[in-house]
Unconditional design. Sequence first.
Length: 588
Amino acid sequence: MNSSEFMNRLLFSAVLIGFTLCMGINVSAQDAQQQSEAQQTLLPEIDPQDIEIRSQFQARFPGLRRQPILGFNPRPRVFQIDPNRTPFFEDEETVVANLPIGVLDRPEPPRYTPLGYSDPQNGFARIGVGSYLSPEADIYAVGRINDKNRISASLNHLSTDGHLEDFTDSFRNTELGLRSVHLVSEKTTVQTKLGVKSKFNHYPGMILQDGTPGDDNTRIEAYGAYGGFDVNVAQTSLSGVRVALDGFSNQFDLTSDRPQLEGDAIEWGINGLAEYSRLGSNIEEVHRLRLATSAGGFDPLSLESGSWSVTKATAHYERLFNYNTEVKAGAGFSGVTDAVNDFSLYPVANLTVTHNLFAGLDLKGHLSATPKHRNVGDIYSENRFIDFNSPMEHQYEWLGLAEIHIEPVSGTTFSGGVSYQNIKNYLYYSRNDNVLNEGAVVPPILTERYYGLNFENANIFKIYGSFSQDLKPDVIWIQADGAWQRPRLSNDEKIPFIESLNIKGTVAIRPFKQLVVEGWSEYVGSRDDSDGNSLSSFFMMGARFEVSLGERLGVYGKLVNLLDEEYELWQGYPERGFQGYIGITYLF
């Protein structure tokens, strides 16, 4: 890093800090007047849809004290739409089930509770722009058609012009979604969803004969659509009949300076669910029967297309014993097919026991066995440099974990646990080594080093924990969490591109109601590439502020990778260095 770059970054930081202080002084002067006016103002009337908007608002900006689901990674990569940004009526269990386990994500700022804005009436928008010409937008709106119909719309956008000088690395990630709720009767509701996705990025995987990167350009355009409905006939809040059906399709178009890398890949899928629930005779006792099926197909770039299916038939039991022990159990069978393996029949099991030993101490145990088939679209969101030329296989996973949650005093929590996963046909990445024009002199020999998909049995042992504390409620709070894991393939080699150690920490300060300032850091341990070579660890730091200028308008800014750390999530693609963002939050 030369002195001019350091001075530019220092100047940018000073401007942001100065702007924050100016806004803080201005808002602080108005705070007393607003408080006196608030004492003479009655609370606004709350429309039922306000509850939905507020829950969606909090879902997109969860507070630091919202504990993550231990053993899982709740933060997706920067290139992926955040699953926390889902509309309020999405099934949370479905979101949790799809969270990646034991994979690395680009260190991004943590999310925090927004300032003391008035409750949004129809929605909100957060729009900003960062260095490298990187606009971002998160917009959500909901409206009532009549007493029985409500509709919501969301727009998520992230793009950049790129930061590398010798390679075109711009990308875009946009998703537009529409959802509706129709109240057929007092007990029957119908939910629908419809959405489209549009993405593109460039591949950096060309290597010359002397080992230096080539300048050939390959671009991937990804388009997707999804839709479905969910009918719920509820006898009570815990019992009734549910029927759901949804589907999706994705198309990936590759254009390249090399004809061997051009083509398109297509994926489709459909999911169905039928469930019956009834109450038992004991407190919070529920019996369920569930039939779920998923099927789809994938047509790779140059291989034969293949289809797959996963069907599960299970029975479930839930009960609260003695008001302090909650038991959720399920068992059944599943039949699975895919493009590579013959038909397989698996047992399916799920057991979760949560016991409150005494006030402030909870113990939790979980054991599950279930098959699933990953979608190529989800894999592309995780690693946008895949080659779209690998046959897909299902996986079958045994997962066991034990956790402890302690809250010795109000505002202070400790959580920790251990987990073990044993996975058949675990999906991992390896870099290709395909010579495109062997023997050629002009143009020079090029080797394609994109990422291929591989499937092998694996196991992951993990120890994890977290800590959070309100040093002064709603004024100063801290949070830290970390995990050590041992990810191994069946031959006892380390799973490529997965770190063994990860530690994160956050400190947030709210000096007055209208201002929040945060700082965060993250350490990611070393990883191995697919050739067994070690990739360097890295340490990230960042900061962010948000200041409200009124009841509906606020300004935010963030500084990412303050140390200008050089690192790669995926070998061959240097991630962005220091980056600054500025934007607004508006409630309407």
